[in-house]
Design a protein around this ligand. Structure first.
Ligand code: HEM
Length: 234
């Protein structure tokens, strides 16, 4: 390996670019996941058929999952490295000035919202991905008595627990806050800056964060309200 290539691979620019590219993959997944999840509003059949179709992808699904996991691990690793290097570079200067004081809340909390999402994902995968989609946890009381509503029933029953719903709402707000700074930051890391478009990217990034936080939060809120009003309605 040539010396210049080694220097580039060890540079903070390379680490930022890997963090940015893996960030894009994760953002695209979150947007796709939100769109798929909104099928919950269309009822059990729509959500379960969608989940079956995804499962039918077989080896493609597994390649996708491995790619997603790799993107996640690389994103966490390189963002931690960049943060550590930035801290080391600015240590000592804070005694005189505190640049972080001017940072928006979303930027100051990137490490914390990132950590929250990290721990949330374990809970989340055990709740839905690794859980039995057709077991007792999917049985819902309907107008015609107890029915197994598959993945829909599992999601429905999970959100009847107010504590779990609250944890989900806090976690998806953390995801939204993380994206509202993360997306604008990844444009910068990739060197995509422009005096006219950068303010638009900043606004778009905040809008995306809001859509993600509100969109995902609507799901537990919908289940809760519907359970105590008209019920599952199947
Ligand atoms: C109210 C919010 C959410 C709901 C109701 C929800 C629902 C689900 C469901 C039902 C599955 C299992 C799909 C299946 O096995 O067929 C799943 C998987 C998953 N979710 Fe979520 N999700 C939510 C939020 C999130 C968020 C915010 C993230 C990321 C930050 C996320 C990341 C994932 C991942 C990585 C998987 C595994 C995907 C796979 O199996 O390939 N979810 N989610």
């Amino acid at each position: 390996m040539s010396r210049s290539l080694r220097a580039f691979l060890q540079s903070s620019i390379f680490k930022k670019q890997i963090a940015a590219v893996t960030g894009i993959i994760l953002v695209l997944f979150i947007i796709g996941h939100l769109a798929g999840n909104l099928l919950i509003f269309a009822g059990p059949q729509a959500l379960n058929e969608y989940a079956e179709k995804v499962l039918e992808l077989g080896p493609f699904l597994w390649s996708f999952r491995i790619g997603l996991l790799a993107a996640f691990v690389l994103h966490v690793y390189f963002t931690i490295r960049v943060t550590q290097e930035n801290r080391a570079a600015t240590a000592g200067r804070y005694a005189v000035t505190n640049p972080k004081g001017d940072w928006p809340f979303s930027r100051r909390t990137m490490v914390y919202t990132g950590l929250l999402v990290f721990f949330f994902l374990f809970l989340h995968l055990f709740d839905f991905t690794f859980a039995d989609h057709h077991g007792e946890g999917s049985v819902v009381m309907t107008g015609d008595g107890a029915m197994n509503l598959g993945l829909f029933g599992l999601v429905w029953n999970s959100f009847l627990n107010p504590l779990r719903s609250l944890v989900y709402i806090l976690a998806v707000c953390a995801v939204g806050l993380h994206l509202s700074h993360g997306v604008q930051s990844l444009f910068q890391s990739l060197g995509v800056t422009h005096e006219h478009y950068t303010p638009l990217v900043q606004k778009g990034s905040i809008a995306l964060g809001l859509v993600v936080a509100v969109g995902f939060s609507l799901i537990p809120i919908y289940v809760f309200i519907r359970h105590y009003t008209i019920g599952v309605g199947v």
